[in-house]
Ligand binder design. Structure first.
Ligand SMILES: [Fe+2]
Length: 473
């Protein structure tokens, strides 16, 4: 029997709604709205963004009043630029959709794009989900391949669903979003055959926009740039979609002649209310050893550090977030099978030491980073801020076990001896921060399904976790 017309229409609507929830994409004026989300920029201002294949940008409706969004970046394909990979493993970055943007006024009570509500930050931010290093690794040089379609091997989508269920006020991503850099190797097609790759929109959809959809829908994001988002990697997409400043031609990462400008971002502060703030530091192009004196990055990073120190004076309590951990350790296996513990990032340590012998001025209490694909917590008796590393939210894990306690000589920086150290190696998940005082937080470490596997207390610069080394699964 044919379906009654109203039932068929209702079914179509339900199907559209589910499609919308599943992928973040839905129809919009002769095109498809691929994603809409909110990023928090300087002074915590909320910026609405939309990525659309329609000819015109959608309207942003704030408290019932619609206004046109402006074009941040038109659809198009930039010429091939040199990348971090060999030319035969690179391709032009195609962006077959327009990125649109509009500022959301601070007093806005409701904002929507194409009928879907955008998440707005509360005046006082108390609940933060922290994730990092979330892409599915396909890197020819390392012959490293994850099974991107297996939620066990690549659980970013489970993590965003579990993190959304925790109902954060905001999400903080500590960097490294795109890992599908090269085509799936011929001998690995069982794992990654047919996967989108490169640095264009389709790879960003596969590696980030689609699996992150539940969290993009539910909360505004503070986004940190990782080394995977430098201009010679996924910087073109980073600048188009997530950078919070105007997209000037020298910052698109399209022309390598401008990479020095394209690889740097002015630090900015996001107030959390009641005396606290997050400062965001782009360290995408940090190096594995101190910069040489004639390296322009040395002066550029020194300038960003001085700016951060000035911003830190705005509030009594600062969380400083950047991708490369300054005060954490990495475990590596040498060729003769010995475990080696390596310190925090040498280039950033050298720049910080030049600006301040104590690295960080008072008020910078907590450092949140990624880059190392584990969970780590270190506290230094108040001499330095506590450091957390949350690079464990999807990308292939670092599996060389960290020691349960650090020995003499294993300090993340000279003189930075931890009074508390906790880790979780080879476990995927996310961290949550719940504010309990001006400079105090309850931190919980969740596995990929949201189950809490460790609990930590942060009081000013001090932190401590219940379990020194998590072993689950
Ligand atoms: Fe990284």
């Amino acid at each position: 029997m044919p379906m009654a017309p109203w039932i068929s229409r209702a079914a179509a609507i339900v199907s559209l709604v589910f499609t919308s929830f599943g992928t973040g994409a839905h129809a919009q004026n002769g095109g498809q709205l691929i994603a809409s989300y909110v990023v928090l920029g300087p002074d915590g201002h909320a910026i609405a963004r939309a990525i659309t294949t329609a000819e015109a940008c959608p309207a942003l409706t704030v408290d019932g009043k619609a206004s046109a969004m402006s074009v941040r970046s038109a659809a198009g394909t930039a010429p091939q630029r040199p990348t971090a990979s060999k030319p035969e493993l690179s391709k032009r970055s195609a962006f077959a959709a327009t990125t649109c943007e509009a500022a959301i006024p601070p007093a806005a009570k409701r904002a929507e794009i194409a009928g879907a509500a955008l998440p707005l930050p509360p005046r006082i931010i108390k609940r933060i989900v922290v994730i990092g290093d979330t892409g599915c690794r396909i890197k020819a040089a390392d012959n490293a391949v994850q099974d991107c379609d297996d939620p066990g091997a690549y659980p970013f989508a489970s993590i965003t669903a579990a993190a959304a269920a925790w109902k954060p006020d905001i999400v903080l991503h500590v960097g490294d979003y795109l890992y599908r850099e090269n085509p799936c190797p011929d001998d690995k097609t069982a794992l990654c055959g047919g996967t989108k790759w490169g640095y264009g929109l389709d790879a960003w959809q596969a590696d980030f926009l689609t699996p992150a959809a539940p969290l993009l829908k539910d909360a505004p994001w503070v986004m940190v740039r990782g080394n995977h988002e430098t201009c010679d990697r996924a910087g073109q997409g980073w600048r188009r979609f997530f950078d919070v400043y105007d997209l000037t031609p020298d910052r698109t990462c399209d022309d390598p002649a401008h990479d020095m400008a394209g690889n740097f971002t002015e630090p900015f502060a996001v107030p959390l209310g009641e005396g606290a703030q997050i400062i965001v530091w782009d360290t995408a192009s940090a190096a594995n050893k101190p910069f040489k004196a004639d390296d322009p990055r040395a002066a550029a990073y020194l300038q960003t550090v001085q700016r951060i120190f000035a911003l830190a004076k705005q509030q009594p309590h600062t969380i400083l977030t950047n991708h490369h951990p300054v005060l954490a350790v990495t475990a590596k296996m040498t060729k003769d099978g010995k475990r080696e513990v390596a310190p925090g990032n040498p280039s950033l340590q050298a720049v910080l030491a030049e600006a301040n012998p104590a690295f960080y001025p008072a008020g910078i209490d907590l450092l949140l980073s990624g880059h190392i694909h584990v969970l780590e917590q270190l506290s230094f008796g108040g001499k330095y801020p506590s450091q957390f590393v949350t690079g464990f939210s999807g990308t292939q894990e670092d599996i060389v076990p960290l020691p349960e306690s650090l020995s003499d000589g294993d300090d993340p920086a000279p003189g930075a001896t931890p009074d508390a150290f906790s880790s979780w190696v080879d476990g995927f998940g996310f961290m949550t921060l719940e504010r309990t005082g001006t400079a105090d937080w309850k931190a919980e470490i969740h596995d990929k399904m949201g189950k809490v596997v460790n609990r930590c207390t942060i009081k000013g610069r001090l932190s401590h976790c219940d379990i020194k080394q998590v072993h689950v699964g």
